[in-house]
Design a protein around this ligand. Structure first.
Ligand code: 5AD
Ligand code: SF4
Length: 361
């Protein structure tokens, strides 16, 4: 009956029910699920991949998420903050490579110096690139005013993962002062500021069920997200979650499979949103990101952070690319994309088609 599940899912698209999503996610024929999602991606977007140069600006974080290697409580991490010059250097490199867009990612801080710094960095990148470079921010929960300032400075996309749509699970993965409702509300504030809004979840984390993942998919639809960035949970040795559940996340094949299942289901369900094939997939298999593309993803974020800082941004064990330089990452990527018949979109922002359509209607 598996082909019936896939047939129904493709026909229903955004109208799928929770039961249909459950059947889709647990489709016994994984290859058929991936192929179906890839066909939907070809129909909606074509055999093209959008690229964003990823700049890891700082690993200083005021939060203490139990799963994350750069949580505040991990005193083993050497903290860094790129200077404005270093950020501009990375932006220039991204432009030189033809990446039409960059993602500025950082641990979360809310102090005025941080807010000012990001605003200035965005402004300077706009100036430097003559506004040709698209700018996505990923710097956590902020106030409406901060989001607005950064938008006015020139950022147009924002990524804020909810991590899980299940409030009980959220409480188990975070200290008591990390507020699920506030995080959800931030996504609304971002929409209010007219960003293209992205979110996502951890996949295969301790305590999570398939039903939770179904609810995560429904949450993506409910928030009418433009972009999805999600990836398998990977244990980090110095985190409370790994200490509490040492076995969870250690079956690489299973973690990868569920990461791919979620990408494929999201593509079939939501059709025209941007979906990233994240680095966490690559940590599980050397061609993990390519498998992500072949399961319906259409965005890749090659790292353009100076190699010297890469190890400092280690969210989980075996994070790939921490010892190669940006040019090395780029060459490898070009080869591997050609190998799967995907064409990189050079010098383009690669905006979410879903965002354009929502604003047209
Ligand atoms: N495994 C996978 N992803 C992780 N992140 C943080 N820690 C881990 C981990 N151990 C992800 C979170 C966060 C993003 C920056 O990195 O989803 O939003
Ligand atoms: Fe900070 Fe993000 Fe890590 Fe949480 S997941 S500790 S907010 S960097």
């Amino acid at each position: 009956m598996s082909s019936q599940t896939l047939y129904t899912a493709v026909n229903q698209g955004r109208n799928m029910t929770a039961d249909q999503l459950h059947a889709l996610l647990t489709e016994p024929d994984l290859a058929a699920l991936q192929e179906t999602a890839y066909r939907v991606k070809l129909r909606e977007i074509g055999n093209v991949v959008s690229l964003r140069g990823l700049v890891e600006m700082s690993n200083i974080c005021t939060k203490n998420c139990y799963y994350c290697g750069i949580r505040k409580g991990n005193t083993k991490v050497k903290r860094f903050q790129l200077t404005l010059e270093e950020i501009l250097f990375a932006a220039r490199e991204a432009m030189a490579f033809g990446y039409g867009s960059i993602v500025l990612q950082s641990g979360e801080r809310n102090d005025p110096a941080f807010v000012d710094f990001i605003e200035q960095a965005v402004r300077e990148i706009k100036k430097l690139s003559n506004s040709t470079l698209g700018i996505t921010l990923s710097a956590g929960e902020q106030t409406l005013e901060t989001y607005q300032r950064w938008k006015t400075a020139g950022a147009h996309r924002y990524l804020l993962r909810l991590e899980t749509s299940n409030p009980d699970l959220y409480r188990k993965l975070h200290p008591a002062d990390h507020d699920y409702q506030n995080r959800r509300n931030c996504l609304k504030l971002l929409r209010q500021c007219d960003y293209q809004v992205g979110s996502g979840v951890l996949i295969g984390v301790a305590g999570q069920t398939v039903e939770d993942l179904v609810q995560d998919l429904l949450f993506f639809r409910e928030m009418d997200l433009d972009m999805i960035g999600m990836g398998p949970y990977l244990p980090h040795e110095d985190t409370p979650l790994t200490q509490q559940f040492p076995e969870v996340g250690t079956d690489s094949a299973k973690q990868l499979e569920w990461g791919l299942r979620m990408i494929a289901a999201t593509r079939i369900f939501l059709r025209d949103v941007n979906i990233a094939a994240t680095t966490a997939l690559q940590a599980l298999a050397s061609d993990g990101r390519e498998q992500g593309l072949q399961s319906g993803a259409n965005v890749i974020m090659p790292n353009v952070t100076a190699t010297a800082y890469r190890d400092g941004y280690r969210l989980y064990r075996n994070k790939p690319g921490t010892d190669e330089n940006s040019a090395g990452s780029r060459k490898e990527l070009q080869k591997s994309l050609a190998g799967i018949g995907e064409i990189p979109l050079l010098n383009q922002w690669g905006d979410s088609l879903h965002y354009a359509r929502r604003n047209r209607n």
